[in-house]
Design a protein around this ligand. Structure first.
Ligand SMILES: *[C@@H]1O[C@H](CO)[C@@H](O)[C@H](O)[C@H]1NC(C)=O
Ligand SMILES: *[C@@H]1O[C@H](CO)[C@@H](O)[C@H](O)[C@H]1NC(C)=O
Length: 214
């Protein structure tokens, strides 16, 4: 009887829990791509994310309306400053950053759409178990669907829809827990200490950072 109960439990996955909203690892590095419907933007970026120090570095290579561009920015939320870095000629602009740090997380009020296997569940190593969640964007400007791994809450994709940009798809790959090169989260020595006056860059999240520079 007990064995039968145990077996049933094992088969039904008695250890498996209902997915819960979760917070992504506090330190992450990897690659992300962003593409938008309206803005004709397509970009791939190396990113470093430090939720403990509230620092984000984005090094992008993209095309906007068929023109390619590069963009390299360091956001220091605690200091309310962002740096636009031009490694090639060793110049740097410091600008005010008027935004709160938003940790990468599935908000508590998100609705579970389901649990899925990306790839295949037929063989070991062929699939990735993920949870998809939906909800309203923090500023109520639209909706999002975010997919994270069941194990580790690592971001996989995020799709949002706003009137301004239409559909925006962000995909994360090659994520590593941790920061590969911590020095990239400090302003390079050629960056100024003083902010530029009169600059109005106010990204509120990853997305507006990508779009606001146009
Ligand atoms: C981008 O290129 C495509 C194909 O060459 C062209 O159809 C489109 O009009 C171009 N868009 C812009 C904004 O230049
Ligand atoms: C450095 O490069 C950036 C981007 O290409 C350019 O906007 C800036 O004017 C350059 N600065 C100098 C001093 O050449």
């Amino acid at each position: 009887m007990r064995v039968a109960a145990l077996l049933t439990c094992l088969l039904a996955g008695c250890l498996a829990e209902k997915p819960h909203p979760c917070e992504s690892p506090a330190l992450l590095s990897g690659l992300l791509s962003v593409s938008t419907q309206n803005e004709k933007l397509w970009t791939v970026a190396k990113y470093l994310y430090d939720a403990l120090g509230q620092r984000v570095r984005i090094m992008e290579l993209g095309t906007y309306e068929n023109k390619s561009f590069t963009y390299d920015a360091l956001l220091l939320f605690r200091e309310a400053a962002m740096y636009e870095i031009h490694e090639h000629n060793r110049t740097c602009l410091k600008k005010p950053l008027k935004a709160d740090f938003q940790p990468m997380a599935i908000p508590k009020d998100a609705t579970l759409l389901g649990q899925f296997v990306l790839g295949s569940s037929s063989g070991p190593g062929e699939g990735l178990l993920v949870n998809s969640w939906a909800g309203d964007l923090p500023d109520k400007s639209g909706k999002y669907v975010s997919t994270v791994t069941e194990f580790g809450c690592v971001p996989v994709t995020s799709v949002s829809h706003t009137e301004q940009f239409g559909w925006v798809v962000t995909s994360f790959v090659n994520n590593i827990k941790g920061i590969t090169d911590p020095s990239q989260l400090n302003p390079p020595e050629f960056c100024p200490d003083a902010e530029m006056k009169g600059s109005e860059v106010e990204p509120t999240d990853f997305l507006s950072l990508f779009l606001s520079k146009k």
